[in-house]
Design a protein around this ligand. Structure first.
Ligand code: NDP
Ligand code: 2IT
Length: 448
């Protein structure tokens, strides 16, 4: 058995019932096969792939809190500190009922390569909880966040591990988490990113993941002789990433016509009204049916299992921005049949392995999330820099840096794919380019 196959088999054996983690590892290891095989003896002797696929540390804890009815609730909290070879652990916190250790490990593993691709000094980590913020009062969310941080604080720090937002964790949650950290530790430091602008947050962090996705997509299209202008775009999701992806797509002259949430999806042939979408999702925290109720041009569809949802709409470019494995083989077939020529992932691993392969085989330009959604964490690293120097940069400064980082990421993965004989395979390019820097740093630091 080859070293790659051997390590993958061990990952599956040692991490039972964690299919998303297996999937993320499989995608990366398959891409790295050519690199590993060229140096197999050295990598095997130093057990590099074993060390890469076993987290440096896993923290798992109980999160008790009291709801508005006086009932004690208990949730499962996690922080996976996956790899610190190139910098302090960095990655978001996800609050969603579907969170379990396997989900956090898949996200933490992806984060290692994503963070490496940004070119900034940040290692890979991820955390979260099976808490569902939906339908909770602000007081309940605060009580939960305070309890979560009452355990997490001892494991994190501005130079150790710097969490941020992800699904279910936005400005409100980061504020409550930060307040509790500061209260316990009595230090005012950049221990979280995505903070509010009045207490150390960075301008453009809110917009960064969605904007970055579009900067990279525009560059990918340009380098393939195409233009985002006047293209019809299907977006999934209606959260932080989707909203700012839609906004930037419009600024670049594209026409996003869909969005979705956990209960249904919108087709708005006149183009999504971003101000209305923000009002419904960011301010009211309501369902997308409210968007349709206020927008005559929009159709609302309840989510139905087995249907393609937003991927059934004819489009040129698809941007999955909701959650993992939301775009499967049947969806990929529908996209190709409708003439879609580019897919860039805003979410983490939203496309199944089979769907990715189908899209690539059918000539669709495909950029994996660890490259195309790296603008969020990159801007988090810029927030860390600003916190360290106790200065704030202007929106234009941060946005210009973000744009430069995304363009650079695309060229790095494009070149890595070419160098290893897989031109146009941006999945392989991203995994190889991300891996090489981390592997080099791990090698230099000895057996740790
Ligand atoms: P939000 O919580 O702001 O939004 C998530 C959106 O996806 C919501 O519209 C939500 O629906 C929908 N959604 C979530 N889970 C499901 C599900 N199981 N089925 C259907 N719809 C679902 O999260 P973000 O926008 O921050 O995150 C979206 C994706 O982007 C995630 O994969 C995240 O890991 C990734 N990402 C986020 C970054 C960031 O900076 N925030 C950076 C890089 C990647 P509803 O409104 O009903 O809850
Ligand atoms: O998946 C991700 O990259 C994020 N949720 C953002 C992480 C961060 O530290 O900003």
């Amino acid at each position: 058995m080859s070293y790659v196959d051997d390590v993958y088999a061990k990952v599956v054996e040692k991490n039972p019932a964690q299919p998303e983690f297996h999937q993320a590892v499989k995608e990366v290891l398959e891409s790295l096969r050519v690199v590993i095989e060229a140096n197999e003896e050295e990598y095997k002797k130093s057990a590099l792939l074993e060390r890469l696929t076993i987290p440096e540390r896993i923290i798992q804890f109980r999160v008790p809190w009291v709801d508005d009815a006086g009932q004690v609730q208990v949730n499962n909290g996690y922080r996976v500190q996956f790899n610190s070879a190139i910098g302090p652990y960095k990655g978001g916190l996800r609050f969603h009922p579907s969170v379990n250790l396997g989900i956090i490990k898949f996200l933490g593993f992806e984060q290692i390569f994503k963070n490496s691709l940004t070119g900034l000094p940040i290692g890979g980590g991820k955390g979260g909880c099976d808490f569902d913020p939906k339908g909770k009062s602000d007081r309940e969310v605060m009580a939960f966040c305070q309890s979560f941080m009452t355990e997490l604080y001892r494991h994190i720090g501005a130079d150790t591990d710097v969490p941020a937002g992800d699904i279910g964790v936005g400005g409100r949650e980061i504020g409550f988490l930060y307040g509790q950290y500061k209260r316990i530790r009595n230090v005012y430091e950049g221990v979280l990113t995505g903070k509010g602008l009045t207490y150390g947050g960075s301008l453009a962090r809110t917009e960064a993941t969605g904007y970055g996705l579009l900067y990279l997509t525009a560059e990918m299209l340009k380098c393939n002789g195409k233009d985002i202008k006047d293209k019809t775009i299907c977006v999934s999701g209606a959260g932080n990433v989707a909203i700012y992806a839609i906004q930037k797509a419009q600024q670049l002259g594209g026409k996003p016509v869909t969005c979705s949430d956990s209960t249904g999806w919108i087709y708005d042939p006149e183009g999504i009204d971003v101000a209305l979408l923000k009002e419904v999702k960011e301010v009211k925290r309501a369902r997308l049916s409210e968007y349709a109720a206020k927008r005559p041009s929009a159709e609302y569809h309840e989510k139905k299992n087995g249907e393609h949802g937003v991927w059934s709409v004819k489009c040129d470019v698809a941007l999955p921005c909701a959650t993992q494995n939301e775009l499967d083989l049947e969806d990929a077939k529908a996209l190709v049949a409708n003439g879609c020529f580019a897919v860039a992932e805003g979410a983490n691993m939203p496309t199944t392995l089979e769907a990715t392969e189908y899209l690539q085989k059918n000539g669709v330009l495909f950029c994996p999330g660890k490259a195309s959604n790296a603008g969020g964490v990159a801007t988090s690293a810029l927030e860390m820099s600003q916190n360290s120097e106790r200065l704030s940069w202007t929106f234009e400064e941060v946005d210009a840096k973000l744009q430069g980082i995304m363009v650079n990421i695309f060229h790095n993965l494009d070149e890595a794919a070419k160098k290893y004989g897989m031109e146009g395979n941006y999945v392989a390019g991203a995994n190889i380019a991300g891996f090489l820097k981390v592997a080099e740093a791990m090698k230099a630091q000895g057996i740790v």
